[in-house]
Design a protein around this ligand. Sequence first.
Ligand code: CTP
Length: 407
Amino acid sequence: MLKNKRILLIISGGIAAYKSLELIRRLKEHGVEVAPILTRGGAEFVTPLSVASLAGHKVYQELFDLDEEAEMGHIELSRSADLIVVAPATAHLIAKMAQGFADDLASTTLLATDTAVLVAPAMNVRMWENPSTQRNVSVLEQDGVDFVGPNEGTMACGEFGPGRLAEPIEIIDAIARKLSENLSAPLAGKRVLVTAGPTHEPIDPVRYIANRSSGKQGFAIAREAAKLGAETILIAGPTALATPVGVRRIDVETAEEMLHQCQAAGSCDVAIFAAAVADWRVNSPAKQKFKKTKSAIPELSFVENPDILATISQNSKGRPKLVIGFAAETEHVDKNAEEKRIRKGCDWIIANDVSPETGIMGGDFNQIRLITQNGTEIWPKLSKKLVAKRLVERIITEFGDQADAAE
Ligand code: CTP
């Protein structure tokens, strides 16, 4: 389970930092590659030389070290690991993580990552029990961060209670659990691409054409796919929604950028096109802002945007095994959606009635009809989260059936 895994180990400042050396030693015995980041505080307790010698790996220390940035920028560093482990994690680093501060290499890496994070806190018992620390821990837990320890016992400061760093063996068990969680998840090993949100098509540098899509349905699907173990790439048009835990998000503005990113994402098992892509874009958007003159009212001419769903569905090389489109209709929902499924060449279409009176566009609920090669399933009105859950379960069943058929 642990062999050949890559762990980014962040060592922050605390007396327990000495135990991180033992942790590195044991991880190496299990065949783990350990890339260490040592914070300034951490370097007060253990030396970079001891860490580098035990890890057999360069120690990363400074955010603005040009050599390090040139070799491997902090963004790449944060994403190159199977798991990020913070041991020991001080109250200060936990607070920075909960608030999203990025003022050194460790905190910036933690903010930039889309890799799972395991935190092993170590601090004085009162600092651990302080309501602010407890608040920060629960914020991080809600964000999907896992904790191991702290343990109860006598502390270096002489006090007794919870605050001791978990033992290296316990941290290794938690690492193994965390890594296996994803392996046994139903979508483990699958790559899922999701598009979501509207697109913005520029008119001039300050104006654009957009639509009412909120992105909620696509984001909920991406969240659910990642939760069930898929490597999930979310190509998002402009929306203020937060990135779901475990999802790699790529922000785009226009339909052309969205297509480009979908193609650049590489081969996928499932592609779900929930974005409300603009069908047309303005022909040659103005380079300067249109000015209001009395005589001339600007006239816009349009060109057709690429159809992302159709392009990916009809790609003979590397087509995803399952391509799912949406059909937002205001009338003749079934008929239009089935025609769309065939015209665009996708496997399933999720059809919904987006007439203004349904309140679906921008709202939290959705009522869909799932149209497949085998007919139409009518789903009850559900929250967008539950639609996402049910859809991902449906995808898992489909893959199960395909595997059975192949045997
Ligand atoms: N879609 C896309 N690229 C486009 C237009 C639509 O990928 N340029 C995708 C949407 O993400 C959705 C599906 O196609 O999954 C259907 O979108 P919709 O706007 O309903 O279809 P249109 O082709 O635009 O048909 P119409 O506007 O005539 O209903």
